[in-house]
Design a protein around this ligand. Structure first.
Ligand code: MG
Length: 256
């Protein structure tokens, strides 16, 4: 299933998106917590405003340097164990929402990534049990202020500023994440062309590893890292992250 969160002007609702990505069938509640039941109302996707498909209940966990080619382009080696950081849920925005570049930074980069959405409260999950706690997958842009990343030491501002974590366009619940093409476009030009087959630490390992440090809650999100090809993005440009069998997440960048 493809599960979207959307608004037609009223309170946000959830719906099931069809295979063509053009129709959305409204459901009664939040599918993270309630059984999926159709309301009988359908919309054309183009007639609704898609929202971030999930607002993480407690946290977004980011993983740094999880593709060897990206670690190398930044002058690093991929770490032997996953390198984790936290992004506050106030950084999350949805498809089409502007990423707002604040005056705090003059060097912002896009990072196209596969995002894992957790479906169940869990802790100390064994890798072979991870599929039971995953709700689904979506696209993410792990927007990063490189100057703050270098200067701060901690990555809280660099990765966690308001609007720096676009998610969407929807959550795909039936997906094998092990070999998906991941393409990022800057103003329509391909700048990242990777595959999740190149993840240093795969999805099962990452979720298991994160769950040893943190209790994971329904709606928590884990970003799995970005392939090579990161680069600057400035106000007036837009970035698309497309992942095979999920869809396209597109966001304009603006200056505050
Ligand atoms: Mg990243």
């Amino acid at each position: 299933m493809r599960i979207a969160r959307f608004t037609t002007g009223d309170d946000p609702a959830y719906g099931l998106v069809d295979a063509t990505g053009t129709k959305i069938a409204e459901i009664t509640g939040d599918p993270l917590y309630t059984k999926i039941e159709l309301t009988g109302t359908t919309h054309a996707v183009e007639d609704v405003r898609l929202l971030a498909p999930v607002i993480p209940r407690s946290k977004v966990i980011g993983i740094g340097r999880n593709y060897a080619d990206h670690a190398a382009e930044m002058g690093n080696e991929a770490p032997a164990e996953p390198l984790m950081f936290l992004i506050p849920n106030t950084a999350v925005v949805g498809p089409g929402d502007p990423v707002v570049i604040p005056p705090l930074t003059s060097e912002v980069s896009y990072e196209g990534e596969l995002a894992v959405v957790i479906g169940r409260l869990c802790k100390d999950v064994e890798p072979e049990e991870v599929s039971k706690v995953i709700f689904g997958y979506t696209c993410a842009n792990d927007v990063t202020a490189r100057d703050l990343q270098r200067g701060d030491g901690q990555w809280a501002r660099a990765k966690g500023m308001d609007t720096f974590c676009p998610l969407g366009p929807w959550i795909e619940t039936d997906l094998d994440p092990s070999r998906l093409s991941l393409v990022t476009r800057l103003d329509g030009e391909v700048v990242q062309d990777g595959t999740t087959a190149d993840l240093v630490h795969g999805v099962a390992a990452l979720v298991s590893y994160a769950s040893r440090a943190f209790t994971l809650l329904p709606g928590d999100v884990i970003l799995t890292g970005t392939p090579a090809g990161v680069g600057p993005v400035v106000a007036g440009q837009s970035v698309e992250v497309e992942i095979e069998d999920i869809g396209v997440l597109s966001n304009p960048f603006v200056a505050r």
